[in-house]
Design a protein around this ligand. Structure first.
Ligand code: MF3
Ligand code: CO
Length: 258
């Protein structure tokens, strides 16, 4: 297994700056989500925010699997049954939708990666519960991202939070180490037994990103090569923070302002 990169204090400061930029853009973009707006319009709005912040999108032109064209958006915007990697286009947001926005930026050489799911006039209590549980699973997972714990303590915390509610935890996509590159080791599963994998150390920076489905955990990728949807086409929630491991308490790097 490839070694997890430890960041020194200078590098952690770079990660803090990139995380703050990514979080601010996430929050500003969230305010623009409304019925009638297309995901393409949201993406172009985000492009301008990223530009104004002096950053670059970490997603655009990202090389995916062989044979798949590079990622064409500045952000990923995934509506309802779309789980992750929704390509912005002419889909219009409608009342009752849930909209996941995933923002990854490169700022002064470091990556900040974060996502949230925004309900648009949602009244279905099950869907609101789905969002709440996914957010709680992320916070419970982050609590495990402390020195001395094992990597899969994070994974296990996500699954344990979700199971009592009967929702499905996506198994085919993972969180990841993050730093000067968007995807560093390790891969972070959102399920499985605790107490396995590498011991977490001060200075590791991780993108933790649960994907939680209202129905089963099964997903498939559409013919565009990117958009991941639930197999049962029921809604899915995606939330993500970039965090730094310390002794005692994890530091969330993708909180706005500060
Ligand atoms: N937050 C996602 C990830 O960590 C976004 C990647 S989209 C891509 O993988 F297009 F850049 F791949
Ligand atoms: Co990520």
């Amino acid at each position: 297994m490839a070694k997890i990169i430890i960041k020194n204090e200078n590098e952690l400061n770079g990660m803090r700056d990139a995380g703050r930029v990514a979080a601010n853009i996430r929050m500003q973009l969230a305010k623009e989500i409304a019925p009638g707006v297309t995901t393409q319009e949201l993406d172009l709005f985000a492009r301008d925010l990223i530009d104004k912040a002096g950053a670059r999108s970490a997603f655009i032109n990202y090389q995916g699997p062989r044979g798949v064209p590079p990622y064409p958006g500045y952000t990923c915007i995934s509506v309802n049954e779309e789980v992750v990697h929704g390509i912005p286009g002419d889909r219009k947001i409608r009342l009752g939708d849930i909209v996941s926005i995933d923002i990854g930026v490169i700022y002064r050489g470091f990556i900040g990666d974060n996502a949230m799911t925004v309900p648009v006039g949602v009244t279905d209590p099950k869907v609101l519960e789905l969002i709440r549980v996914a957010e709680q699973s992320l916070m419970n997972a982050i609590e495990k991202a402390v020195e001395g714990n094992r990597l899969t303590d994070i994974s296990h915390a996500v699954e344990q939070t979700v199971i009592p509610h009967g929702f499905g935890v996506v198994r085919d996509f993972v969180g990841h180490g993050v730093g000067r590159n968007m995807h560093e080791p390790p891969q972070i599963y959102n399920f499985g037994p605790p107490g396995r994998g590498p011991i977490l150390k001060e200075g590791m920076t991780l993108a933790i990103e649960p994907m939680v489905n209202l129905g089963t955990h099964d997903v498939e990728t559409l013919s565009d090569g990117w958009t991941v949807v639930t197999r049962d086409r029921k809604p899915s929630v995606h939330v993500e923070h970039t965090v730094a491991v310390h002794a005692g308490k994890a530091e969330i790097l993708t909180l706005p302002e500060g």
